[in-house]
Ligand binder design. Structure first.
Ligand SMILES: NC(=O)c1ccc[n+]([C@@H]2O[C@H](COP(=O)([O-])OP(=O)(O)OC[C@H]3O[C@@H](n4cnc5c(N)ncnc54)[C@H](OP(=O)(O)O)[C@@H]3O)[C@@H](O)[C@H]2O)c1
Length: 418
């Protein structure tokens, strides 16, 4: 069986966001080492975002079981954990999936820009680790270019609604006169900045906090909000009407007891939006009276609904992707023949130089100009004879004729010459 591109992924499409964390590669360098050593893949690229954990590999498609086994051991999982969660695409399907990724079509927020940067970072990291080679480097470089083209031609990235602005919109829809409410944002990272951006755009005042006060201060300077001290704030939610939480805390920052206590001294309700994955607000909080709570899955669902209204843009993007797939397929097929073509040219050129030297010696030729003319003559003859069959080989391979590759490899096996 010949090598092909394989994509194995666990994403928000099949798995609730809090489940994804189980499949992540905590130590990416050792994950690369393990995949290259144990999965049978010749190349691999790992992509991890808060909505997906993906592996792109180049190797024998029969290695799927080994890929799963390696993934399970790297992430400390039982192999059957993949049953409900893993999706696999191979060959052209894998190309299509990557193009959808770079174009933002497979994102939770369709058209979002972040994914393109994350894919660039992944392929750069794989290159540095020497985990990717000719096949995946070519595939990713092309996919990144197509992704940029799709975004530019369709405007899909413009007007895409972020998770942060959807969370703010939902708060606005559920709460009368949001501007007059006490709003607290816990978190000063990327997701929090999406919320802050949207609040600021609407002219809504808010407090922001994270464990280091300095971080809250510098966040407030760039993204807006009033920085407040973490310990005091987290221990007392009494005055908060709307709470946005976007942290990577590995435990519940907002506990049942804290909210229960706060609600006992409040007349009005409270809205809580947990954008974190894994969650940092205890799910049981939702059972407390007068609490309206939404988690990332629910916010994402609203984003998705909103996106369906932009179907025209989506189908324009899909059209470009469908045009690009055969181009990509041809480029990938060409890669298969290039080593043979290169080898044939090299072997023939070596033979040419050897014979040229012999002839020049026999002629006793010293005149530089004459030597150059004879050299160019031999080069031209070689080129003329070999270029056409080699170009035909490239074309046949692009058209999926794998038999010709085997035949040419046999015919031009110079190692067998005496
Ligand atoms: N980035 C996105 O586009 C996006 C989209 C949807 C959902 N999310 C989710 O949102 C959450 C935050 O992601 P992010 O991309 O914003 O991460 P990030 O940029 O790494 O920021 C992480 C935030 O968590 C805080 N934090 C870290 N450890 C903490 C702890 N033990 N206790 C309290 N706070 C802690 C950090 O501030 P301090 O260290 O100062 O406390 C920082 O404010 C994640 O759960 C992610 O899955 C992100």
């Amino acid at each position: 069986m010949t090598s092909e591109v394989i994509n194995a992924r666990v994403t928000f499409r099949k798995s609730p966001i809090h489940m994804l964390e189980r499949f992540t590669f905590r130590d990416i360098d050792s994950a690369y080492e393990s995949f290259l050593k144990h999965s049978g893949l010749q190349e691999c690229v790992l992509l991890q975002t808060c909505n997906r954990v993906e592996l792109f590999g180049f190797g024998n498609g029969e290695n799927l079981e080994r890929i799963k086994k390696t993934w399970a051991s790297v992430s400390g999982l039982e192999e059957n954990a993949f049953k409900e969660n893993l999706e696999i695409s191979q060959g052209v399907d894998a190309y299509q999936h990557l193009l959808k990724l770079t174009s933002g079509l497979d994102s939770l927020v369709v058209g979002e820009e972040q994914i393109l940067g994350q894919i660039k970072e992944s392929i750069n990291a794989a290159r540095q680790m020497r985990a990717s080679g000719n096949a995946l480097n070519t595939l990713f470089d092309k996919a990144i270019r197509v992704g940029a083209r799709v975004r530019q031609a369709t405007g899909i990235s413009k007007g895409s609604i972020s998770i942060g602005s959807m969370a703010v919109k939902l708060a606005e829809d559920n709460i009368d006169d949001l501007k007059s409410k006490k709003i607290l944002l816990i978190g000063t990272g990327e997701a929090a900045s999406l919320v802050a951006k949207s609040l600021k755009k609407r002219g809504i005042d808010f407090d922001v906090t994270s464990r280091t006060f300095e971080r809250s201060k510098s966040f407030a300077e760039t993204a807006g909000g009033n920085p407040v001290r973490f310990e005091n704030t987290i221990a007392n939610f009494k005055l908060v009407d709307v709470l946005f939480v976007a942290t990577i805390a590995p435990y519940f920052l907002v506990t049942y007891d804290r909210i229960k206590e706060a609600m006992e001294s409040r007349k009005n309700g409270m809205m809580i939006m947990d954008l974190s994955n894994p969650r940092t607000v205890d799910e049981n909080v939702a059972t407390i009276k007068k609490i309206k709570m939404m988690n990332l899955d629910q916010i994402a669902e609203m984003v998705d609904k909103n996106m369906r209204t932009r179907m025209g843009v989506v189908s324009a993007a899909e059209k470009i992707i469908n045009e690009e797939i055969p181009v990509m397929e041809a480029a990938m097929k060409r890669l298969e023949v290039e080593p043979i073509v290169k080898n044939v040219f090299k072997e023939i050129d070596q033979a040419r130089i050897k014979e040229l030297k012999k002839a020049l010696q026999m002629l006793g030729e010293k005149d530089e100009q004459k030597i150059r003319i004879i050299d160019q003559l031999t080069q031209a003859i070689v080129e003329d004879i070999i270029s056409v069959p080699m170009n035909n080989l490239r074309k046949a391979s692009e058209q999926g004729d794998s038999e010709i590759l085997k035949t040419v490899t046999k015919l031009f096996d110079y190692k067998t010459k005496e």
